[in-house]
Design a protein. Structure first.
Length: 248
């Protein structure tokens, strides 16, 4: 019988029922919905229906994460997408880091009304290729703001890193299929995902409406960092604009 790992307090999925426009919010690798909650709450306060799922194996324990594949993380996203589809006429997706990668994956597969990515990864350095350990230590959240806190793991399963690499590879191969509007946030200083990723996304997707916004006061986990307000402001403006344009 497999061990049951309790969800860390504060790391739960979140849902807000609002109007007929839905936003799917996706957190990052070894993180939890907590890192995206302020963004999701701002969207909900603006009237949107919002779903922020906890990806399988996240927000519990590293030993739990180790049990799942990237297809399981995709399944978590698709379950949330289906929840929104039952309630909404159009769906937007917003994701941080690996959540941004999953946002791109989803946009290549489903008819989204627009996407927002924050420090999304479509390339990672090959530094993990020869690892033989079961776990490696994590240095902690890459956040510039001194008093910010992210619910995350202190160690990372090597098996899960390989799953992340597989997700990135598959997503990158399908970027040209993305035609919906895209707002791409990129931190000027990011110690996890190179800022070069933003330009690669911009150059690879087929959207007519696409833009990079540089975040000058945040590191990787920008949704909890100094530019959180800017992300919310620009994102809400983009969502409203895409709704008015009726681009699907």
């Amino acid at each position: 019988m497999s061990n049951q790992y309790p969800i860390i307090n504060g790391a739960e999925s979140f849902y807000f029922e609002g109007n007929r426009a839905g936003v799917l919010i996706i957190h990052g690798f070894i993180g939890s919905p907590q890192a995206m909650y302020p963004i999701g709450k701002a969207f909900a306060d603006a009237g949107y229906t919002v779903c922020g799922p906890r990806l399988k194996g996240h927000g519990t324990a590293p030993e739990d994460l180790e049990k799942y594949t990237y297809q399981d993380w995709i399944a978590s996203v698709e379950e949330a997408y289906n929840w929104l589809e039952e309630r909404c006429d159009k769906i937007f997706v917003c994701g941080l880091s690996m959540g941004g990668t999953l946002t791109l994956y989803t946009a290549a597969k489903y008819p989204l009304a627009g996407i927002i990515t924050v420090n999304a990864a479509v390339e990672l350095p090959a530094m993990y290729e020869n690892l033989k350990e079961r776990f490696i230590a994590d240095d902690g959240p890459d956040i510039k703001k001194a008093d910010a806190m992210e619910i995350t793991y202190e160690k990372i399963p090597v098996k899960s890193i390989k799953e992340l690499e597989s997700l990135i590879k598959e997503t990158k191969e399908n970027l040209e299929k993305i035609t919906c509007p895209a707002l791409i946030f990129s931190s000027e200083q990011d110690h996890v995902v190179s800022p070069d990723n933003a330009q690669k996304i911009l150059d690879s997707i087929s959207a007519n409406s696409k833009e990079i916004v540089t975040l000058k006061e945040s590191y990787h986990v920008a949704t909890l960092d100094n530019d959180q307000g800017l992300i919310i402001e620009k994102s809400l403006h983009a969502l409203q604009s895409w709704e008015e344009d009726g681009e699907l």
